[in-house]
Design a protein around this ligand. Structure first.
Ligand code: HEC
Length: 241
């Protein structure tokens, strides 16, 4: 309040114009109100640019997804230990959230050459038990996926994927083994060492107990080659999946 009487103050605020005897006072808005108004106006411009024009920010959904992915990443690291191992990779195969992540990587990076289900296109069929490189153990797959086969057009992925992404996608390939999706004919040597999907527990190379079959393969250490055709039906009972 000023020290003038309210009537004097009112007189000063009276505007010049008059319409049919009606006159108008000028009551400016308080400074604090005006500051808040312009402040929020300017903030809104910045906010709009940030979210809607430059799209820098993450939505709550995206933030949640990113947090969850980071948590799974940490979980995967914990499961894998410091060094990549057959057991560590097998452990990843049993985690459905991680396999879902890996499927995303597969779709984005591998599907063009290996087909939607791994049935093969430019690259070989990944769902049979024949391997051009190695004997189909997770570590063999890790090696070929990481290093690639430059001469044959298989990219090396150890630079383009983080170590964890690489391990996850390898585990995902592991889960495709012996799913026998019709596609490209088997290439390479039949190994029989590929453990049925989900049989994480036994350490690598141990023969599946219920596979009840004949000749140990020369290539893969101690693994058992089931007679042709028996692999598919035997797989579910062996894995207990
Ligand atoms: C540009 C095409 C291309 C892309 C993309 C590609 N591959 Fe391959 N991949 C190939 C070719 C070609 C071969 C066969 C190499 C050979 O004949 O020696 C191969 C071989 C492989 C093998 C070995 C198969 C065997 O029988 O030994 C694995 C495992 C594999 N790729 C996994 C992957 C994964 C996982 C990805 C994605 C991260 C991927 N590939 C992306 C073309 C590709």
């Amino acid at each position: 309040m000023t020290d003038k009487t309210s009537v004097e103050a009112e007189e000063e605020n009276l505007l010049d114009h008059e319409y049919d005897g009606i006159r108008e006072y000028d009551h400016p808005l308080p400074r604090w109100w005006v500051l808040i108004f312009w402040g929020s106006f300017i903030f809104a411009i910045g906010y709009f640019l940030h979210w809607s024009v430059f799209k820098r920010g993450l939505s709550a959904h995206q933030e949640y997804a990113a947090d969850m992915a980071a948590a799974r990443e940490a979980q995967a690291k914990a499961a894998m230990g410091d060094k990549v191992s057959e057991e560590g990779l097998a452990k990843l195969m049993t985690n459905s959230a991680m396999m879902a992540d890996a499927q995303g990587v597969y779709k984005a990076r591998c599907e063009v050459c290996h087909g939607a289900k791994g049935e093969g296109k430019i690259g070989p069929n990944l769902t049979d038990d024949s391997w051009i490189h190695g004997g189909g153990t997770l570590m063999d797959i890790h090696k070929v996926v990481g290093e690639g086969v430059a001469a044959k057009g298989m990219p090396a992925w150890n630079r383009q994927l983080t170590p964890i992404e690489l391990s996850k996608v390898v585990a995902f390939i592991g889960s495709l083994r012996n799913t026998n999706v019709p596609g490209k004919a088997p290439e390479g040597t039949k190994s029989g060492s590929a453990a049925p999907a989900g049989s994480a527990a036994p350490s690598s190379g141990s023969p599946a107990p219920s596979a009840g079959a004949s000749a140990p393969s020369a290539s893969a250490a101690g693994s058992v080659v089931p007679p042709a055709g028996s692999a598919a039906p035997a797989a579910p009972s062996a894995s207990g999946k």
